[in-house]
Write a protein that binds this ligand. Structure first.
Ligand SMILES: Cc1cc2nc3c(=O)[nH]c(=O)nc-3n(C[C@H](O)[C@H](O)[C@H](O)COP(=O)(O)OP(=O)(O)OC[C@H]3O[C@@H](n4cnc5c(N)ncnc54)[C@H](O)[C@@H]3O)c2cc1C
Length: 803
């Protein structure tokens, strides 16, 4: 149990733990902090990992006073005046870092400023005096949650993760410090807090303006979604509604029989500030439909309370579906034995799996990231059987997880850990129902493996161009449910572009026959497009009409080495201008990825004589076998070399060589497994900004996890990069992987800054569900939620995924 009463005896081991690179939670007069030695990057890394805090969000460093502050930051007259008046106390100053500042870069998120505060709590001061270190300490809670004001709150949030939690009783002020940025004479209010704006105005003799933020985090505490309880907030509520908890303020609060806390019956804002976070926590624990919050005067300390309330409400506003979904996924009811028996009877005993050992292959995904449990796995043979299963599931509110080839990379096809969901595998539905050579379509069932669909098209003298490294396992239903992309999107589009019609079983068991073969159909909403990319949350796809294309008569594949990433974008522009629609693939590989492939992939060899930092693999295709694309490829390569965009290149001279080149590209994901842990991102940015994205992301990785090895590769022609990061060779795999969320958050921040997408082709699933709330506009999320409710009112289809 890490809670220890803060006494002379316990301060010494706590200080020693800090010196040894451990985390210690301690009280300050504002909130409890999670402290680490600010000079020790490894110790600070633990704080970020423990809090799941994005690395672009800097930390406040606690010092004893001005003397110590001056070792790390340039303290000008204005800063001195403020510190002399308010330190020790609830004021943090963001000051220019000194040149030789020893504070770890991670603490300041690479900024050239550092946030400093001298706390006034006797325990915090004793710890600083004994440890003789600056202590980096954000609030001791998981990132984005309600700040802790007692030792018990810290323990509830972080358990045994800190080496010690020093208990110094409830915090006197109960709200974080006020943060000011100081540049020369200019003072900017970066965060409202426990020191009121008026008190600062009085010292400065002028009115402070609140920093607008502009989306960039320039100091601690600026994230727009901070301090959020799990229960949604309803602000400006004068009276509570049934089922709500009530956070009241002042002498005129209405009487309420439900759960209620009055922050101050006298209307005293200091008392309200002090009780605020603890009250939010207590009401959050009740499980009410919402917390109704009475208006709080927006003056003095009330400004800071309103600031926290706005941010907490913001988190919920951007996820209108979350509470409903959380309830479905964290506490779904196990279906009764009668329900399970009835479902087994639909498919027959031979096609239902109940034993946990036999279910195992359906419960773990390709990268072992998610391992679920299920009540049952069912393998229906027809749309009618799927319909009967869903009808029963809808009536009994049984949660269903559709599954295809189980190659999805975002966990959408894996049930949750509760063991209460039923997996419906489409793997027995593999029939080719029809091939129409005049209309150039084929109608196939959802369980047909993609490579088999390609083979069926090829044997009919046609091309089904969708191509992914997982094509030997993924199924048509899965690729449509995820709107898969792959290497041929450049010329032929993604799964959506290759689909004309669908057959879908709806949540209530009705079957929609939308198996149209039309290229043109403007008769209202395009319903098939709703199901494509819906990741099993709107219906189960049982069959599809796919477009077929003429088989190319000539294909030329080339592999080129480049010195600079910028040249890859320029060379792509040249290739597209020259070859137009004949350019059917354009992929990017880094040298480190090629090294991994040569080291771990069987029968691989370097296609070029010397090493190059980057490579592109591209393909030109033509319907005529007249040597035109071969001539084009040669012209392109010689122009590229002349323009110094590429350094060297090879053109595949045979089908075997072509396969060898493609194998290098296809091995990119797999070989990273042999290099330890790998943190993945599947992102898209405008093609021209890809070099900037990779440069910024690489810089960030080095800052966050020194020695980690970025392996960015992918579909350059579509602006889609798989920005994967392999662990530093000497690092423990689990320690590295603990950075997954934090690194994702920071990389995605860059992606959004470049107008990109956090999921280019793999979808959202379980992995990116929380990220979606930050990446989409509230209105987009609301529309998606309405669509989900219309198609699946009881939320039985893949709950907790995507939305
Ligand atoms: C090595 C490797 C390389 C990959 N390369 C690419 C790539 O280049 N481009 C790309 O886009 N993806 C790629 N992927 C990801 C993956 O292959 C694709 O997302 C694929 O489309 C998933 O198909 P699946 O049949 O395996 O679906 P699953 O993994 O079984 O399921 C994926 C999602 O679809 C839902 N689902 C499955 N079947 C149905 C159905 N019949 N009806 C409704 N919902 C359903 C599931 O519930 C889940 O949410 C790769 C994966 C691997 C392992």
């Amino acid at each position: 149990m890490p809670i220890v009463a803060a006494t002379k005896e316990s301060i010494a081991p706590a200080a020693e733990a800090l010196v040894n690179g451990e985390m210690v939670a301690f009280p300050t007069e504002t909130v409890y902090g999670l402290g680490a030695n600010a000079l020790d990057a490894a110790a600070v890394t633990k704080v970020f990992a423990c809090k799941e805090r994005p690395r672009f969000n800097p930390l406040i460093v606690h010092v004893l006073g001005l003397d110590q502050a001056q070792s790390y930051a340039a303290v000008n007259e204005t800063a001195r005046k403020l510190a002399e008046r308010f330190w020790p106390g609830p004021l943090s100053l963001v000051l220019p870092r000194k040149r030789n500042c020893a504070i770890a870069d991670l603490v300041t998120a690479g900024l050239n400023t550092v946030a400093l505060r001298a706390p006034n709590h006797p325990v915090a001061r004793a710890l600083l005096e004994t440890a003789k270190l600056p202590i980096a300490a954000p609030s001791a809670n998981r990132s984005g949650r309600v700040s802790p004001t007692t030792a018990a709150h810290v323990e509830a949030e972080l358990g045994e993760l800190p080496a010690m939690i020093l208990d110094g009783g409830p915090c006197k002020l109960g709200l974080e410090s006020t943060v000011l940025g100081i540049e020369g004479d200019q003072v900017t209010l970066l965060r409202l807090g426990a020191l009121s704006r008026q008190e600062i105005d009085n010292v400065l003799g002028r009115k402070l303006a609140l920093h607008g933020g502009g989306g960039k985090v320039s100091s601690p505490g600026q994230l727009s979604i901070h301090y959020a309880p799990a229960t949604p907030l309803r602000l400006e509520a004068r009276t509570p509604r049934g089922g709500e908890a009530f956070l009241a303020f002042g002498p005129h609060a209405p009487l309420y029989a439900g759960p209620m806390i009055n922050l101050s019956e006298q209307g005293d804002l200091s008392e309200a500030t002090n009780k605020f976070f603890a009250a939010l926590r207590s009401l959050d624990a009740i499980g009410a439909t919402a917390i109704a919050v009475m208006p709080i005067p927006n003056q003095g300390l009330g400004e800071a309370i309103n600031d926290r309330l706005q941010r907490a409400a913001q988190a919920r506003l951007s996820s209108p579906a979350s509470r409903f979904d959380d309830a479905r996924t964290t506490a779904p009811k196990r279906p009764s034995e009668a329900t399970l028996d009835a479902m087994v009877r639909i498919v027959g005993e031979d096609h239902a799996i109940r034993e946990p050992a036999a279910m195992a292959p359906y419960l773990v995904e390709w990268r072992d990231r998610y391992v679920g449990r299920a009540a049952l796995v069912l393998k229906p043979a027809s749309a009618a059987e799927v319909a009967a299963i869903l009808k029963r599931a809808n009536e009994t509110r049984t949660d269903i997880v559709p599954q295809g080839g189980n190659t999805g990379l975002v966990g959408g096809q894996i049930p949750f850990e509760s063991g209460h969901e039923v997996v419906v595998s489409l793997s027995r539905m593999t029939h080719v129902r029809d091939i129409d050579l005049n209309g150039n379509t084929m109608t196939v069932e959802a369980g047909l493996v993609l490579a088999n669909a390609q083979a069926v098209a090829a044997s009919a003298g046609r091309l089904f161009p969708l191509s992914l490294a997982s094509e030997g396992s993924c199924q048509i239903g899965g690729v449509l449910a995820t709107n898969a992309g792959g290497t041929a999107v450049l010329a032929y589009g993604s799964a959506r572009d290759l689909t004309l019609g669908l057959e879908v079983v709806l949540a209530d068991g009705r079957v929609w026959n939308g198996l149209k073969r039309l290229r043109k159909d403007n008769s209202g909403y395009d319903l098939k497009d709703l199901f494509i990319g819906s990741e099993g949350t709107l219906g189960i796809i049982t069959a599809a009409v796919l477009r077929l294309l003429p088989k190319p008569a000539e294909i030329v594949t080339a592999f080129a080495g480049l010195s600079h990433l910028e040249s890859a974008a320029a060379f792509f522009t040249r290739a597209y201008a020259l070859a137009g629609p004949m350019l059917t693939a354009f992929e990017l590989l880094p040298r480190i990825g090629l090294d991994f492939a040569l080291k771990h992939g069987a029968d691989t060899r370097d296609p070029l004589h010397s090493a190059h930092p980057w490579y592109v693999l591209f393909e030109l295709s033509s319907q005529r076998d007249d040597g035109e694309v071969a001539r084009l490829a040669e012209m392109l390569l010689s122009e590229g070399i002349e323009a110094k965009e590429i350094d060297d290149a090879v053109i595949a001279a045979s089908l075997a060589q072509r396969r060898e080149l493609w194998r290098l590209r296809e091995l990119m994901s797999e070989v990273q497994k042999h290099e330890g842990g790998s943190i993945k991102h599947d992102v898209a940015v405008p093609v021209a900004r890809m070099p900037e994205f990779i440069a910024r992301a690489n810089q960030l990785v080095e800052l966050m996890i020194p020695g980690a090895r970025p392996v960015p590769f992918g579909h350059l022609g579509d602006g889609n990069i798989h920005y994967n990061v392999s662990q530093p060779p000497s690092m423990d795999r689990a320690v590295f992987l603990a950075n997954w969320e934090a690194l994702n958050a920071a990389v995605h921040e860059i992606v959004l800054d470049l107008d990109g997408s956090i999921s280019a082709e793999h979808g959202i699933g379980r992995l990116k569900r929380d990220l979606l709330r930050h990446a989409k506009q509230p209105l987009e999320l609301e529309m998606m939620r309405k669509i989900k409710n219309a198609f699946d009112p009881y939320g039985i289809l893949n709950p907790g995924k995507l939305l």
